[in-house]
Each structure stands twice: as C-alpha cells, then as structure tokens.
Design a binder for this molecule. Structure first.
Ligand code: NDP
Length: 298
C-alpha cells in the first residue's frame, strides 16, 4: 500500500504544469484596458467593426464573445448582422465603407461566410491597416519578412502563452501539426522569428509520430479530436493544444488526448482554458495597436 502511495506521489510529481490561458488572457485584457483608458483621456475611442453574414450558431457565439471583450476593455464595437442572402457585392460595399471611416480602427468579418461569397476576396478587400485578424496577404507577407503588421490572433496568442509562462523558444525543436493559413503557417513563422527550429507537419506527412517526438514544443492544430496521444510526445515536451471540439456529451476537447499526454509533458494547455481565450485577447491587442498607430502613439 505504502509502495503504491509512493508510486502515485512520484507519478503526480511528474505531472505537467498547466498553462493557464484564462489567467494570461485576463492579464493581457487588463493591459489593453489601461492603454484604452489612456487613449480615452485624449478623447479617442478604439472601435472594432464586427461583420457577420447569416446566423450560424457557432459564429454568433464567437461574435458575441468578441463584442463582450470589446466592452470589457473599453472599446466600442459596431455590429453588422447581415442576412444569409447578402451578396458578395453588398458585403464588399460595406467593407469599402468601413475602410474609409476614420473612426473605425479594426474590421473583422466572421468566418465562415456563406458558400456563394468568396472568403479570399472579402479578406483581401479589408484594408491591411484595419485587418485586425491578420489574414490579409500584406500582413501575411509582413510576418514572413519580419516586418511589423497584424498577426493572426491564435498563433500570436500562443507565443504570448509561451513567453508569459517562461518557456524558452530560442534554439528549441518546435513541431507544428497543421499548415492552415490562420493557425499552422503563421505559427511556424512566429516560432521561427523567435529563433526556434521549426518543422511543419500536415496530412501528407509520413511518420508523423517520429517527427512530433522530436519536439521540445509541440503545437497541435490539426482539427482532429484527441488525435495526439502520449505516443506522439517526447518526455518533458511543452504541448500546445489549438483544437476545439465538442464530444457527444457536449463537452469540449482538443486535438490532444489530455489524459494520456499530461503525464508525459512538462507543460500543457488545457481545453477549455488554454489557447481559446488567448485568441480574443490578441484581437483586442491588434485593435489597440491599430488605434495607437493612427494616433502616432507607437
Ligand atoms: P484546418 O482544418 O484549416 O487545418 C488543419 C490542418 O491539419 C491542415 O493543414 C491538415 O493538413 C492538417 N491535418 C489534418 N489531419 C492531419 C493528420 N492526420 N496528420 C497531420 N496533419 C493533419 O484547421 P485550422 O488550422 O483552422 O484549425 C485547427 C484546429 O484548431 C481546429 O480544431 C480548430 O477548431 C481549432 N482552432 C482553434 C482556435 C482557437 O481560438 N483556439 C482558432 C482557430 C482554430 P493538410 O493541409 O494537408 O490538409
């Protein structure tokens, strides 16, 4: 019995540190709130225009959370809830109008859009200077050459999570599973910019586990529930779980099988409460930057 208890204690001592995205995102929002208050003292309000087409329930939740965050940090949000039948032309007209408005600092078009509207066209129509999602090719290009610009919020949030948790990136083996334009690719570019040694894996990667087991920092962004098990993880690795899924019992889970990976990892993000809250916090940071740039503050 005593031996069992000793083993259990030893095991628990080896459990991973939980990277608390809720706490870190709250700190960031607090910082943004203070900066927004300074702008307000100069009579300036930071304004984010949020555009949603149709009423996809998940999109409505995301849009609602973004508006709530704006309110919390002291930004104004302008809400455009357009019907499902909205044409591409009408949406592009609205974006053009918002691009021209001096009082609008950021424009966010909630994805996905109805099929008949080209997402690429809409994203490229947003002024790169108001593209707080960081999806415009100009901002993607700026990221890849190391020039300042807006960076996609989820990967930018992951860098903040790592830095604020005291996790060193420089010189470490970083493996990103997933190569989407909004998560995987910008994640790889950011880790590279922090001097990590970066490998990007995708659905055609051969011997995935062999590559992921090399990672000191493993980012799972493949969109497959609980896919990354302990077999994919090196002992002592830092594991960042980007995935968000709802299981049959309506409970949230990520791309990482938390129960099997936690004992192997040195640090891990939970789902919920890991990467998720960081995305909105970084959106607030991007809106603030946009307003400050206009003001010549930074
Ligand atoms: P996408 O579906 O756009 O991309 C998934 C990527 O994973 C693709 O590059 C795909 O490869 C790769 N992939 C799929 N299956 C495998 C596999 N078996 N082995 C290796 N690679 C694979 O997803 P996103 O990047 O948009 O999102 C990823 C996850 O993160 C999703 O669960 C999403 O819900 C979540 N997410 C969470 C956010 C947050 O705020 N926490 C924000 C954004 C996304 P290929 O290119 O070859 O098809």
């Amino acid at each position: 019995m005593i031996k069992m208890q000793r083993i259990a204690r030893k095991w628990s001592e080896q459990m991973a540190a939980i990277i608390d995205g809720k706490k870190i995102s709250a700190e960031i929002k607090e910082e943004v709130k203070q900066e927004a208050a300074l702008l307000a003292e100069q009579g300036r309000t930071v304004t984010l225009a949020v555009v949603q087409v149709g009423n996809d329930p998940a999109s409505s939740v995301y849009v609602g959370n973004k508006k709530k965050a704006c309110e919390y940090v002291g930004f104004q949000s302008l809400s455009y809830e357009l019907p499902e039948e909205t044409s591409e032309e009408e949406l592009l007209r609205l974006i053009s109008e918002l691009n021209g408005r001096k009082d609008v600092n950021g424009i966010l078009v909630q994805l996905p859009l109805p099929e008949k509207i080209s997402e690429a066209k809409v994203i490229q129509a947003i002024s790169p200077d108001k593209d707080v999602d960081g999806f415009h090719v100009q901002n993607v290009g700026r990221l890849s050459v190391g020039a300042p610009g807006f960076v996609s919020c989820t990967p930018a949030g992951i860098i903040e999570l790592l830095k604020r948790s005291g996790i060193l990136i420089e010189g470490r083996e970083c493996v990103v599973v997933g190569r989407s334009n909004i998560v995987g690719k910008p994640m790889a570019a950011l880790l590279l910019a922090e001097n990590g040694t970066v490998t990007v894996c995708h659905s055609r990667t051969k011997n995935l586990a062999e590559l992921t087991r090399r990672a000191d920092i493993l980012v799972a962004a493949l969109g497959k529930p609980k896919f990354i098990t302990a077999d994919y993880v090196k002992k002592g690795a830092v594991v960042i779980d980007v995935g968000i899924h709802r299981n049959a019992e309506n409970k949230l889970c990520g791309d990482v099988d938390f129960a099997s990976v936690e004992p192997v990892a040195s640090a891990i993000t939970p789902v919920p409460g890991g990467v998720g809250p960081m995305t909105i916090a970084m959106l607030m940071v991007n809106c603030l930057k946009s307003a400050q740039r206009e003001e010549g503050v930074r």
